[in-house]
Design a binder for this molecule. Structure first.
Ligand code: SF4
Length: 253
């Protein structure tokens, strides 16, 4: 039973479990799959009780490991001050980075568009059903078109914050230094995070291209979104040139 899980697979996936083919090999899916709807609802008390119990278990494991390896987990005042200054420097540098700025521009551009999602779908369905030549739109075509639009919206929506979050992790990891991984022949977490962000960018671009065909009235915003994603893709490849060489556990062998 232990071997069926692929270690760390959930660190470099897109967290879209509904569309994942590795659910049977993912410990994260196994543990969250057993949770009740209340435990998965962020507004429910049961959700926070579950988080709290996980947190408690993690703290206990951390103390056990620290005791085993003789590590003092308590920082003195000077160490704490130096830590906060360092973190603050890293946070500020990441926020000012071109990648963060492009992510914010992309979000600002497309979030209002996504909010219109439902009304666009209704308008398109109405326009198609009221076509002057009723025979020209078959029911199957109509269903296909509306389903296609809905799928594109879903993809774009899923990744809009995900790309930013993964790039923040990549930038933070790079700033904190990954010399140990490099010296010991391990892959860098920052490259893995950048890789999954690049994949999310590509999937978003594919969804926008499909929408371009389905929504001729929205070509301006679609082209602008594609330009920003293209810029983002180039900038990620420059900042993390080895990202696409990163082998994600399970997904890339
Ligand atoms: S690996 Fe698949 S099942 Fe596991 S968390 Fe990621 S998307 Fe979900």
């Amino acid at each position: 039973m232990q071997q069926k899980f692929i270690p760390g697979i959930y660190n470099y996936c897109d967290r879209w479990c509904e569309r994942c083919t590795f659910t049977g090999h993912c410990r994260n899916y196994e543990s969250t799959g057993k949770l009740s709807p209340e435990q998965l609802d962020i507004n429910n008390k049961a959700f926070w009780e579950t988080i709290s119990s996980y947190f408690q278990k993690t703290i206990e494991m951390l103390h056990e490991a620290a005791g085993k390896y003789g590590i003092d987990l308590v920082m003195n005042k000077e160490e704490e001050k130096a830590y906060h200054e360092h973190q603050s420097f890293i946070d500020t540098s990441a926020k000012k980075h071109l990648l963060s700025k492009l992510c914010k521009q992309y979000q600002k551009l497309i979030l209002p568009f996504l909010k219109q999602n439902d009304s666009d779908l209704v308008d398109t369905t109405r326009a198609l059903t009221q076509h002057p030549d009723p025979g020209i739109i078959e029911e199957a075509d109509l269903i296909h078109t509306v389903a296609g639009m809905s799928d594109c919206y879903e993809i774009i929506q899923w990744y809009v914050y995900f790309i930013d979050a993964k790039l923040q992790r990549a930038l933070h990891g790079k700033s904190e230094g990954e010399e140990w991984e490099e010296e010991n022949g391990y892959q860098k977490d920052s490259d893995g995070s950048a890789r999954i962000a690049l994949m999310a960018v590509e999937k978003s671009m594919a969804a926008w291209v499909r929408l371009y065909e389905l929504l001729p009235a929205s070509t301006d915003i679609i082209l602008n979104a594609l330009v920003l994603l293209q810029q983002l893709q180039q900038a990620v490849n420059i900042e993390f040139p080895k990202a696409m060489l990163f082998k994600r556990p399970g997904f890339d062998g």
